[in-house]
Design a protein around this ligand. Structure first.
Ligand code: PGA
Length: 251
């Protein structure tokens, strides 16, 4: 059966020293406890190797926030999936709305990134979600379905089964305006149905679908109680060990 997962997305926050300190705090908070979910932190590239050195990989997973759409070569400033994997990281967030919006990521580039992540043994945390206008004009189901189809439905069932999905309505990210637990459940159930139509019920039932967008200790329990919400991708609230652990403990 699918896993419950709480993953932090630190975005472009914390210096190396602050990030290592935060990772240590989260790691210490997990010592001696058995959370009812897998716990992952996705951190800036510059922090990966150092954070990997201070966490217990059996308790706390480590991921990057992106990787390049090429394997290696003359791409100044880019970080490849192989480089990410060489730090000890096991996960990579792909297709975050901020990357789609500000860095022009398309389904075509994301296909390459997913392939390279797999080649290097990384598990993609693949983000999808509609913008406010699409929520308001009622096209949000179509938009999310198209995002999944165009970037992921060329995959074999086996490969698709290695993906973690994160539904992040863009209007809820960093705005303090969370989707209601019913809105999240409605979309997550829809996504699971889209997967079932393509790959069958077993693959759909085994896919973890996280919710992201202003998830906090105060609303996490209600969101996670929904049958198709398998955890969260946490931005702002992942930057303090207390609030991140408050969300982990919401399961
Ligand atoms: P937020 O970000 O929790 O700060 O809204 C979530 C995300 O973008 O992954």
């Amino acid at each position: 059966m699918r896993k419950n997962i709480v993953a932090g997305n630190w975005k472009m926050n914390t210096t190396l020293q602050e990030g290592v300190a935060l990772a240590k705090e989260v790691n210490a908070a997990l010592e001696g406890v058995q959370p009812k979910c897998d716990v992952i932190i996705c951190v800036p590239f510059t922090h990966l190797a150092s954070v990997n050195d201070v966490i217990d990989a059996n308790k706390l997973g480590l991921g990057a926030e992106n990787c390049a759409d090429h394997a290696s070569g003359a791409y100044t400033g880019e970080i490849s999936a192989a480089m990410v994997a060489s730090t000890g990281a096991k996960y990579v967030i792909l297709g975050h709305s901020e990357r789609r919006q500000y860095y022009g990521e398309t389904s075509e580039t994301l296909k390459e990134k997913v392939a390279l992540a797999f080649e290097n043994g990384l598990t993609p945390i693949f983000c999808i979600g509609e913008v406010l206008e699409e929520r308001e004009n009622g096209t949000y189901f179509d938009v999310v379905k198209a995002q999944i189809e165009s970037a992921l439905f060329h995959l074999s069932a086996e490969d698709f089964g290695r993906i973690i999905l994160a539904y992040e309505p863009v209007w809820a990210i960093g705005t303090g305006k969370t989707a209601t637990d019913d809105q999240a459940q409605e979309m997550h159930a829809f996504i699971r149905g889209v997967i079932a139509d393509k790959y069958g019920k077993e693959v759909a039932d085994n896919t973890s679908i996280l919710y992201g967008g202003s998830c906090k200790p105060t609303n996490a329990a209600a969101l996670f109680a929904k049958p198709d919400v398998d955890g969260g991708l946490i931005g702002g609230a992942a930057l303090k060990a207390d609030s991140f652990m408050g969300i982990v403990n919401a399961f």
